[in-house]
Design a binder for this molecule. Structure first.
Ligand code: NAD
Length: 437
């Protein structure tokens, strides 16, 4: 099939490449000319395992190309996917200006007799599909189209396998013609397809991300009780998670959830529920626990070091999770900036995220020393703080780490290391929700 993706970021680019991989012809549109130029020159603007090979292979096979023109994309495609940002506003509600603009842009270039399925893949509040349809109609009286909601559930860091083998594909549609085309798009993926109405599909995405965030806050609240009582949250999580009704995933105690999706989607769901007159107050507690988690961790560091001002502190990890270069809303970045605000001298290392952290103005390189290796970061450090669980951090030579540090003090914010091993190596080791050694 001929498909167009509007917005070539984390979701749009990976979706476009995966659609091409299964044999569709895909045009990826972006209004950021620098991004389009880079993609046309074979440069991939984001890091996602397996993406580069996938893009190059499909460009070479002439199944994938890039443009800045919606008209070009629309003329050559039956189905148009919208994958533009839906950032939060100050009150937590979703900023839908990007979506509205795309709806107007589609309306401006749709020609009479050109039936198109307009698919919203961005995460949007329930009832956005109706607004998109109204907008296209308002600006183009003769437009022939249907609006479908097709929320995306990929996880950054494993977006390619997630898209190639989805747990489920949700198609929210009120039109049989559009549903049939969407089923054709997804047929090669051989995934379970759930067809719903548009509103339900939109709601599924916010409800799913809020539930996953709730699981994280739940285990973090349990971790606090473990710390107060001497229990071990990892054992508790295993014991809970072995119950098939609950499952072990997303029961990892740590510094809390971050990233470009969970914080904004929980906020959005809270705002949506209020607007609809059915406030979802449980989610306010989920957020509160999440915010508290980083403060509790910094308190622990402060308890051990007394005053943070002038202390040399090493931080491992800047991205919001491993295997990505995405630093948007990363708890690790908040951690670094809060340490700097207290006057600590921070050295930080991340395998992929440092460049974007500086480029996006999230970290001031004049105030934070960004190092080329994990070992460089710990030189003379009075504490090592593990903020993101990149696998390479688990494989360091810890006798060298200890030798380079001023004081062998480790605060493991993701429960990555083995407490017994750290103790045997001579570290004073603090984890989250586990007895300290
Ligand atoms: P992103 O910022 O990485 O990419 C969005 C792209 O859209 C950018 O390249 C931007 O230049 C482009 N864009 C903006 N306006 C445009 C326009 N008018 N025409 C053409 N291009 C335009 O964002 P993302 O992370 O891919 O997220 C996109 C949506 O998908 C959001 O709603 C997000 O909540 C949702 N989502 C994200 C993830 C994720 O893990 N990142 C997962 C599931 C859903």
């Amino acid at each position: 099939m001929d498909l167009c993706i509007i917005g070539s970021g984390y979701v749009g680019l990976v979706s476009g490449a995966c659609f091409a991989e299964v044999g569709h012809h895909v045009v990826c549109v972006d209004n950021d000319q620098r991004k389009v130029d880079a993609l046309q020159a074979g440069k991939i603007p984001i890091y996602e395992p397996g993406l580069e090979e996938l893009v190059h292979r499909n460009v070479a096979a002439k199944r994938l190309r890039f443009t800045n023109s919606i008209e070009d994309g629309l003329d050559h495609s039956q189905v148009l996917f919208i994958a533009v940002p839906t950032p939060p506003q100050a009150d937590g509600s979703v900023d839908l200006t990007y979506i509205e603009r795309v709806a107007r842009e589609i309306a401006a270039v749709l020609k009479p007799g050109q039936y198109r399925v307009v698919v919203d893949k961005s995460t949007v509040p329930v009832k956005t599909g109706e607004k998109v349809a109204d907008t296209i109609k308002r600006y183009n009286k003769n437009a022939e189209f249907d609006v479908v909601s097709n929320p995306e559930f990929l996880r950054e860091g494993c977006a390619v396998p997630d898209l190639m083998n989805p747990d489920r594909v949700v198609i929210g549609s009120a039109s049989q013609r559009a549903t049939d085309l969407m089923k054709q798009v997804y047929e090669p993926f051989r995934a379970p397809i759930l067809v719903t109405d548009v509103n339900s599909a939109e709601l599924i995405k916010h409800a799913a991300n809020s539930f996953l965030s709730l699981k994280i806050s739940y285990i973090n609240a349990v971790a606090a009780i473990c710390e107060a009582s001497g229990a071990d949250v990892e054992m508790v999580a295993d014991g809970i998670g072995m119950d098939k009704r609950i499952g072990r995933n997303f029961l990892n105690a740590g510094l809390g959830y971050g990233g470009s999706c969970f914080p904004k989607d929980v906020k959005a769901f809270i705002a949506i529920s209020r607007q609809l007159g059915t406030p979802f107050t449980l989610l306010e507690e989920v957020e509160r626990i999440n915010t508290q988690q980083l403060s509790r961790y910094i308190d622990k560091v402060r308890d051990a070091l007394w005053v943070l001002k002038d202390k040399k502190i090493a931080v491992w990890g800047l991205t919001f999770k491993p295997d990505t270069d995405d630093v948007r809303n990363s708890v690790a970045i908040d951690l670094v900036n809060r340490l700097v605000a207290e006057g600590a001298q921070v050295s930080a290392y991340d395998p992929k995220g440092a460049e974007k952290a500086v480029e996006w103005g999230l970290i001031d390189p004049a105030k934070v020393k960004l190092t080329a290796t994990p070992l460089e970061a710990v030189v003379d450090a009075e504490a090592l703080l593990l903020a993101t669980e990149w696998p390479e951090f688990a494989n360091q030579d810890f006798s060298q780490v200890k030798e380079k540090m001023h004081t062998p003090l480790v605060f493991d914010g993701r429960n990555l290391f083995n407490p017994e091993t750290m103790k045997d190596l001579g570290f004073t080791y603090y984890a989250v929700g586990r007895p300290s050694h």
